[in-house]
Design a protein around this ligand. Structure first.
Ligand SMILES: Cc1cc2nc3c(=O)[nH]c(=O)nc-3n(C[C@H](O)[C@H](O)[C@H](O)COP(=O)(O)O)c2cc1C
Length: 188
């Protein structure tokens, strides 16, 4: 069974996306195709990239890098639940990607973005694509962008309030990640 890591990309203690990531992880965990783990970049708490060698060497001196490497290596596929800041994807997510290389390579990723405004972070999904390609992550063609994230929470730090339509759209992203992960397994 492919191991799916749902990565909640906001590092803010008051992240509005954290409940969304929890909901996505719950949806994934309810399916038979995945062994799902929720990873919170806020908890991972990586400093700015500080390894002396290029990540492609895989020779890490810092404990935080070794732990992040083990976390990412343990996954077969990912869903990034990512906020949009200032029209793009966020610095902590770029930093977390930059830390590693072979650990990402060839693995499928589904993208679920969100924002306060009406775009739902779709520009951030576009912006991250070349970065994903550079580290060999294989982006699912379907993505989901959720506008007005703050209005979708039950209370200030409450659960994500889903709709049937959003559940169907999230399921479509998970379907594609599952297909890509299965294809990857067959190819190995
Ligand atoms: C630094 C910063 C920049 C933001 N820029 C945008 C933006 O360009 N468009 C938008 O719709 N919302 C923007 N927002 C609002 C966020 O999308 C919204 O606060 C969301 O909750 C952030 O995700 P998080 O709470 O999980 O960190 C921005 C928020 C922050 C903190």
């Amino acid at each position: 069974m492919p191991r799916l890591h749902v990565i909640s990309a906001s590092t803010r203690p008051t992240s509005a996306g954290r409940p969304l990531a929890a909901w996505i992880a719950e949806l994934a965990a309810g399916r038979e195709e995945f062994d799902t783990t929720l990873i919170d970049l806020g908890e991972v708490n990586l400093p700015f990239f500080d390894e002396p060698e290029h990540p492609s060497e895989g020779r890490y001196i810092h404990r935080h890098t070794k732990e992040w490497s083990a976390t990412v290596a343990a996954a077969d596929c990912f869903v990034f639940v990512m906020p949009m800041y200032n029209g793009g994807f966020t610095a902590p997510l770029k930093n977390a990607i930059d830390y590693l290389q072979k650990e990402w390579q060839g693995k499928p990723v589904g993208l679920i973005s969100y924002s306060a405004g009406s775009s739902g972070g779709a520009p951030a999904v576009e912006m991250i694509q070349p970065v994903l390609r550079r580290v060999g992550l294989r982006s699912a063609r379907r993505s989901l962008s959720i506008p007005g994230i703050e209005e979708r929470l039950a209370g200030r730090y409450g659960n994500f309030v889903a709709t049937a339509e959003l559940a169907a759209q999230a399921a479509a992203v998970l379907d594609e990640v599952a297909l890509l992960a299965a294809a990857e397994r067959t190819a190995v």
